[in-house]
Write a new protein. Structure first.
Length: 422
């Protein structure tokens, strides 16, 4: 009688870009193909088995990844490693041992038929992915440090209290919390396979918290773009009303989307295992609002640049080339704030290619250092912030930092910066 392992037992290790349902459908298809192959082989060998009664064979078996053929006893059979398992190299070989008594070798701990896939692991690829994970963690740590410093500056100086800075504070807070959540995810989940296997409740909670903060981050980016649009187009807006609306949009709205996603996935048994790490068809509940916010932010950005060009290029004020240069500079500054760099990496190259490695490294740098980029551009390089800090330092250490010349404050550029909310 042929023995078949449960084809769903090893799905946790199969991360090749498909959804959990697609993975299971694919493995079940291979399972039934192997079963049909066994029936064919069984019918063909009935007469042979009667003539060669003394010769023993291990039966056809499916180990959830590959279908192993009928094999003479006392031999080792090999096949190319499956190309659909992430981390496996299809050019390497997996081995399975048929014992002299005509049974497949069983693992001494689990006592089930065991296949040697240890040689399938691409150690070079594994080391590269570990480097990428470390790059993410270190990038998030750098971003977190700069965001905390920026929040300290914004909250520590009363002269910086205005609507645009309050919006910055909310955005920076969402970025900082998002960095903390990602660091915890990599340290407690990605680097601890046991937690993925046992699937504790707290890891699912961390998954939901992570996606809530990530969604809040996008929504506050959207609020930044909307505020620029309101200041430039509507002009007259009540700050208190704007902040109340933005607070609901930035913190409450993501909670609604994540709650719907969490409830839907909890009642979707095929997606409720392994800390919800596998891709799910329900992710559209989160990706849809993210895509909408990014598209809206892009529209706001184009409109902001259009208005800037119009403001910086009156008929007699300044040359066209200077206006264009300032508009381009404003665009470069606004892009990281809106998170539009994510739109530059929408397509993932084929696994194992050099382009895929470049994609992984570029994604790690762009995503993990977003907080650092935003802090640098909108705090450390902000003319109002520089002027405020310089004024404060000149009062405490006048010999090191000279006083700011009277009447200079931040000049025309700072006024323009305040108008557009940068």
């Amino acid at each position: 009688m042929t023995n078949f392992e449960n084809p769903l037992k090893r799905l946790a290790g199969m991360g090749y870009g498909a959804s959990a349902d697609q993975v299971k459908e694919f493995v079940l298809y291979r399972y039934w193909e192997c079963l049909r192959q066994n029936e064919t082989v069984h019918n063909m060998t009935l007469n042979e088995s009667q003539e060669n009664a003394d010769e023993r064979f291990c039966p056809v078996i499916f180990d959830a990844l590959l279908c192993w053929p009928r094999t003479p006893a006392g031999t080792v059979v090999k096949q190319h490693c499956p190309d659909f398992v992430e981390g496996y190299n299809k050019n390497f070989f997996a081995h399975k041992t048929c014992l002299p008594d005509g049974t497949w070798y069983r693992h001494p701990e689990t006592h089930i038929p065991w296949t040697n896939y240890t040689r399938c692991v691409d150690m070079q690829d594994l080391e590269f992915r570990q480097v990428v994970n470390e790059l993410y963690v270190k990038g998030y740590i750098v971003s977190l440090i700069t965001l905390i410093i920026s929040l300290g500056i914004f909250l520590g100086f009363k002269s910086l209290r205005c609507t645009r800075i309050r919006i910055h504070i909310h955005l920076f807070s969402s970025l900082a919390l998002n960095c903390i959540a990602w660091i915890l995810w990599y340290k407690l989940i990605v680097e601890v396979p046991e937690n993925i296997r046992t699937n504790p409740t707290w890891c699912i909670g961390l998954h939901l918290l992570l996606h809530y903060l990530m969604l809040a981050n996008y929504f506050w980016m959207f609020c930044e773009g909307l505020h620029l649009h309101l200041v430039l187009v509507v002009v007259f807006v009540k700050d208190n009303v704007v902040m109340k609306c933005f607070t609901v949009l930035g913190w409450i709205t993501p909670l609604v989307f994540v709650a719907i996603y969490g409830v839907a996935r909890a009642y979707h048994p095929t997606d409720a295992a392994h800390c919800w790490m596998e891709d799910s068809e329900l992710m559209w509940l989160l990706t849809a609002p993210v895509c909408i916010s990014l598209i809206a932010s892009c529209i706001f950005l184009i409109n902001v640049v259009r208005v800037l060009v119009k403001k910086l290029h009156p008929c007699s004020a300044q040359p066209a080339q200077l206006a264009i240069r300032k508009a381009v500079r404003a665009t470069i500054i606004l892009v990281p704030l809106f998170g539009l760099q994510h739109l530059l990496l929408p397509f993932r190259p084929d696994h194992g290619t050099d382009l895929e490695r470049i994609y992984q490294l570029a994604s790690a740098v762009l995503i993990s250092l977003q907080g650092f980029c935003v802090s640098s551009l909108f705090c450390f390089a902000n003319h109002d912030v520089v002027f405020t800090i310089r004024s404060a330092l000149s009062r405490f250490i006048p010999n090191v930092v000279p006083p700011v010349p009277g009447g200079s404050n931040t000049g025309q550029l700072a006024t323009l910066s305040r108008d557009i909310g940068v």
